[in-house]
Design a protein around this ligand. Structure first.
Ligand code: FNR
Length: 419
């Protein structure tokens, strides 16, 4: 199947279009207005979001001709080599699933469908703290999704970091993630409060407190949060706390969702000093997500972190912020030899991936495109999006005379000021 995608074969009947520019419109057709507003919505005027997409067009790929293809030991022609080692783990392709919250609002199987598709295609899955499925259930689904005889699937955990008075909850989340086989910790730094998002505000919509009772399951299944809730309200977190007459009473599911949301989006930031607390309590690589300046990248390197994600959260947090791709080469020049640099915000097709890698990213995260795939077609939809992005990248490298990731250097790009 992978070969079908890599070879761009026309005989393969896809679950939906290969045309990546149409995935967004297809998702719009199937989602209700609240969910669509949440996934598609941005901060403020969408200025940063638009900049993210535009910034890729400012670079053009320059192909080389008459480059002999890669061959294996017995002379078979091979497609370009895309394998890479990231955070000490070997990956078949330099792409991971970006953390996206409450995935059940896109599809009833939510994170389970997405993580299985990731495992099936060999792509690491990063689980969000705002997940509508528990840490443990996602781990089990991720394991069950891997193809027989394929290497064990790779999963990482993204922390929305509770403020320091909730360290007990932070420690509980880290322990659960560690016990469930999440090998790296991604700490998101740009979302201590949700951005100014007109689409959600117009709808009066909070995706974490959903009318259909989809919730932040990670919170509801957390033993420390459960205990705290019970002490405060006198009963367990309940999806329908009914009195003897069948009337919903007291603190319910909705209250639990609100309380959990207040813990993970408490409205104020941590300090660089606080990062040491996570380093003391996480046994494995830590990656800071949301880095946008050279100075912050340097601080991350000085603290000995394993990686950073150069990201502006897909333009959903601070409007008017610089396009993530524009900052990438500056950050790579400063710390590229000291830690693994991930990139996200605006990846939509194979050539975008090549451009980010050529500018020095080690691995990209893909955000909205897979959420659209999930909305359109569940597990198969995510799989189709991931396979399409990989196939498009590999074909594009092949046509550019690029035989492996090491050949993705800045000299394959020209800044095209005509666009
Ligand atoms: C996100 N993102 C995000 N990031 C994070 O660290 N934790 C999260 O829970 C979420 N949730 C989330 C929900 C939705 C609907 C979107 C679109 C995004 C940000 C995400 O990880 C990533 O940084 C961006 O999506 C990358 O930009 P693109 O690929 O969407 O342009």
């Amino acid at each position: 199947e992978q070969q079908v995608y890599q070879a761009g074969l026309t005989s393969h009947k896809p679950p939906f279009t290969f045309q990546s520019t149409e995935w967004e419109g297809k998702a719009h057709e199937v989602l209700d207005s609240n969910s669509w507003g949440y996934v598609h919505g941005n901060a403020g005027t969408s200025g940063t979001y638009n900049n993210n997409l535009e910034s890729f067009k400012r670079y053009a790929l320059c192909p080389s001709r008459l480059v002999p293809s890669r061959k294996d030991t017995i002379g078979n022609e091979l497609y370009p080599d895309t394998s890479v080692e990231v955070l000490g783990q070997k990956l078949p392709f330099p792409m991971a699933i970006a953390p996206i919250g409450v995935q059940k609002i896109f599809h009833p199987e939510g994170e389970v469908a997405a993580t299985k598709a990731a495992a099936e295609t060999g792509i690491p899955y990063i689980l969000s703290t705002a997940s509508s499925t528990s840490i443990e259930d996602v781990a089990a689904a991720n394991d069950s999704g891997a193809r027989p005889s394929a290497p064990a699937p790779v999963r990482w955990y993204q922390l929305y970091w509770p403020s320091r008075e909730h360290d007990d909850i932070t420690l509980s989340l880290l322990k659960r993630a560690q016990d469930s086989g999440y090998k790296a910790l991604f700490v998101t730094l740009d979302t201590y409060v949700l951005g100014w998002r007109p689409s959600d505000m117009d709808h009066g919509y909070n995706p974490f407190i959903h009318p259909d009772r989809i919730g932040v399951e990670i919170g509801f299944t957390d033993p420390v949060f459960q205990r705290r809730f019970k002490e405060k309200h006198g009963h367990d977190i309940s999806r329908g706390y009914l009195d003897e007459y069948g009337i919903t009473k007291g603190a319910t599911f909705g209250d639990a969702a609100k309380e959990w949301t207040q813990i993970v989006f408490p409205g104020h930031s941590h300090t660089w000093e606080d990062v040491k607390f996570l380093q003391q309590h996480w046994d494995g690589p830590i990656v800071l997500k949301g880095i946008q300046t050279v100075a912050d990248a340097r601080k991350a390197a000085e603290l000995g972190l394993a990686g950073i994600v150069v990201s502006n959260h897909g333009g959903r947090q601070q409007d008017g912020a610089i396009a993530s791709l524009t900052m990438l080469p500056h950050i790579v020049d400063a710390v590229g030899d000291k830690l693994d640099i991930f990139f996200d915000s605006g990846i939509r097709c194979g050539s975008d991936i090549i451009k980010a890698l050529a500018l020095g990213a080690k691995c990209v995260l893909v955000g909205r495109p897979y959420a659209y795939g999930l909305a359109i077609g569940g597990q198969d939809g995510v799989k189709h999006v991931l396979n399409s992005l990989m196939g498009d990248t590999i074909m594009n490298m092949h046509l550019g005379g690029l035989r492996g990731l090491s050949e993705l250097q800045r000299d394959i790009l020209v800044k095209d000021n005509t666009m």
